[in-house]
Design a protein. Structure first.
Length: 198
């Protein structure tokens, strides 16, 4: 870091914001192949939390790549930078007292570990949406797998680029769980972590 940069100490702390919001703040990272259901689950969980007056924000892979990460491609280096930025953005939201629901392929274990390091171990929940490649290709509403199979898309995770599955995720879901079942599983796991105050 530049020696001329110093961190400014603000008068309102993360603890103050959490106290005002009456709940804890942390990152829930949904990881899995394209088409696994990450965004659907993140959005569904946000609806559940929103109804309970929990401050949330969804970070979605496609949306983030249209804005702050629009200058990045899909090389291993760019994917790592994409994840680093996700971690830093999430850290800001956590400091603001918000529960972050992030839906990203995040194919490399080292990058997910780095996100965990950025936000802090206590502020990180890894959800592995373990949907098989076959099922993801069957869903393929965007037609991306078909394009990847014929060489129209390079570096496509699961086809021409690797996906390193989490070895010890906090939560693991699969294609046999319904959307509502999956959302309930995640909510039950994070309920205590929310530290809700009446």
């Amino acid at each position: 870091m530049n020696k001329n940069i110093s961190e400014f100490e603000f008068k309102v702390s993360c603890a103050d914001r959490r106290e005002k919001n009456k709940h804890n703040s942390f990152l829930v990272l949904f990881t899995g192949l394209s088409g696994a259901g990450k965004s659907t689950l993140a959005n569904g969980l946000e609806q559940v939390l929103f109804k309970k007056n929990i401050n949330t924000y969804v970070l979605d892979g496609d949306n983030v790549r249209r804005g702050i990460n629009r200058n990045l491609g899909f090389s291993p280096e760019d994917r790592s930078e994409n994840n680093r930025r996700i971690g830093e953005i999430s850290k800001l939201f956590i400091d603001a007292g918000v529960v972050v629901l992030a839906a990203f392929i995040s194919p490399y274990r080292k990058d997910r570990a780095y996100i965990k390091e950025i936000v802090g171990t206590n502020n990180f929940v890894e959800v592995f949406v373990n949907t098989s490649l076959k099922e993801c290709e069957r869903r393929d509403v965007k037609g991306l797998y078909e394009k990847a199979r014929v060489g129209e898309i390079n570096d496509f995770t699961g086809v021409s680029a690797p996906y390193e599955a989490p070895e010890n995720p906090d939560i693991e879901l699969n294609e046999f769980n319904t959307i509502s079942e999956s959302i309930e599983i995640v909510y039950k796991k994070i309920k205590e972590k929310l530290q809700l105050k009446d």
